[in-house]
Design a protein around this ligand. Structure first.
Ligand SMILES: NC(=O)c1ccc[n+]([C@@H]2O[C@H](COP(=O)([O-])OP(=O)(O)OC[C@H]3O[C@@H](n4cnc5c(N)ncnc54)[C@H](O)[C@@H]3O)[C@@H](O)[C@H]2O)c1
Length: 382
């Protein structure tokens, strides 16, 4: 297939581009380095230095003979998107190109507006690039489990049937996001649903949980092909952060009472899920929503697991709850359905001690690059 990866320089976008190329697809990757720019502005550079997208694609091509076409450009620019879609004539587009940091989106007016405009406009332009240049293209959009919030009922896969005064109708599952970033994802879903209803676009919206991991079969070819790996409070996701804290000898930063429960998945499973979504698309003109995670944990569970893996390799890993900078429920019901991707063929890589130990050992090689000043939260929700 001919596939465009939007946000191809990112933590998920770069491994996805390589993974799809390795499976024989023709891949185009576009990125405007927004994440690198915000990381510089907020002193949140990644643990492992990563060559830029053009250089990484060249390294990958030298090693494998597989070409990833690179565009350095902004998905909010209609001309850039029109040129890319007209050239690639994609069968599928994987849309990762958003500002994904919840803390950044809560830093103040400028950061919130930048997040809102970037994310909504990138999605809007993706929709219009498809309408104008590739109407049969399947849009695989990365949403987040955070769209649903933590309701006191089971979370369905995107849709819920409601009976009201004796009549029934299927609606999008109610959303209640906990940050401005997550709210942009809710708005993205509404935008996509509108264009599916009115223009018959074909869309898979993947409600993904926090991802952890570093290595994939393609990144294992060369250390320079590793994805961005952040451990700071702005871009770091919780498991990746805890692993770096464990190596640095900093107490694991559990926010509040640590009962916050979420669905997690390994980076390799993100690759599998996206590949499955592309290989087995929904019916034309359908909005399919799949909940993309493999296991649920509380923050306390995660801290215990990372501490246990640390002990297995001789690290002393204390855990120290700190005041929660976010506004969120710390103890709550959490029961999301996640059978759709398993039915499509997902074979989960679970969070075993072996997996955590391998990551700790990898992080240990970069221990001298850890900046402890980047660990404690700098952004409060109010
Ligand atoms: N990493 C996770 O745990 C996780 C969990 C749930 C959902 N997601 C979603 O998956 C997607 C990818 O996340 P990630 O962790 O790889 O983030 P990332 O920031 O590493 O990747 C996003 C990439 O998109 C690029 N980008 C942003 N706006 C752009 C624009 N206007 N034009 C071109 N490029 C642009 C950035 O420069 C970056 O390289 C995001 O949409 C995120 O919301 C991620």
């Amino acid at each position: 297939m001919r596939i465009i990866v939007l946000g191809g320089d990112g933590y998920l976008g770069w491994p996805t581009a390589m993974h799809l190329a390795a499976r024989g697809h023709e891949v185009w990757a576009i990125d405007n380095y927004l994440r690198r720019q915000i990381a510089l502005e907020t002193c949140s550079e990644p643990l492992i230095p990563t060559p830029n997208l053009t250089d990484r694609a060249a390294i990958y091509q030298t090693l494998t003979d597989q070409r990833i076409h690179v565009t350095i450009g902004d998905c909010t620019d209609r001309t850039v998107m029109a040129q890319l879609f007209a050239e690639a004539r994609p069968d599928a587009v994987v849309h990762y190109a958003e500002q994904p940091s919840a803390p950044f989106s809560m830093m103040g007016y400028d950061a919130a507006r930048r997040t809102l405009r970037n994310n909504l406009e990138a999605t809007f332009n993706t929709i219009w690039a498809c309408l104008e240049h590739a109407p049969d293209c399947h849009i695989v959009k990365l949403g987040t489990m955070g769209e649903y919030g933590t309701p006191n009922i089971d979370i369905e896969e995107g849709w819920i049937e409601i009976e009201h005064k004796g009549r029934k109708e299927k609606f999008l599952f109610p959303r209640a996001a906990g940050s401005l970033y997550h709210t942009t994802k809710v708005l993205d879903t509404d935008l996509l649903w509108f264009y599916v209803r009115i223009h018959g676009l074909t869309v898979t919206d993947l409600m993904q949980g926090p991802v952890y991991g570093l290595a994939t079969p393609e990144t294992d070819l060369d250390e320079r092909l590793l994805p961005n790996f952040h451990y700071d409070d702005i871009f770091g996701t919780v498991v990746n952060r805890f692993l770096v804290q464990a190596v640095a000898g900093v107490p694991l930063t559990v926010y509040g009472s640590g009962g916050q429960t979420r669905g997690y998945l390994n980076l390799n499973d993100t690759l599998q899920c996206v590949e499955l979504a592309i290989a087995r698309p929904p019916a034309a003109g359908e909005l399919r929503i799949l909940n993309q995670f493999t296991e649920t944990f509380t923050v306390n569970d995660l801290a215990e697991r990372v501490a246990g893996a640390g002990r297995a390799i001789g690290l002393d890993v204390p855990i120290k709850p700190i005041a929660n900078p976010r506004k969120e429920r710390e103890q709550h019901y959490y029961q999301p359905v996640h059978s759709g991707l398993i039915e499509l063929g997902l074979e989960p890589h679970l969070m075993s001690e072996e997996v955590l130990v391998a990551m700790l050992e990898r992080v240990r090689r970069y221990a001298d690059r850890i900046d402890r000043a980047r660990i404690l939260p700098r952004v409060r929700w109010n």
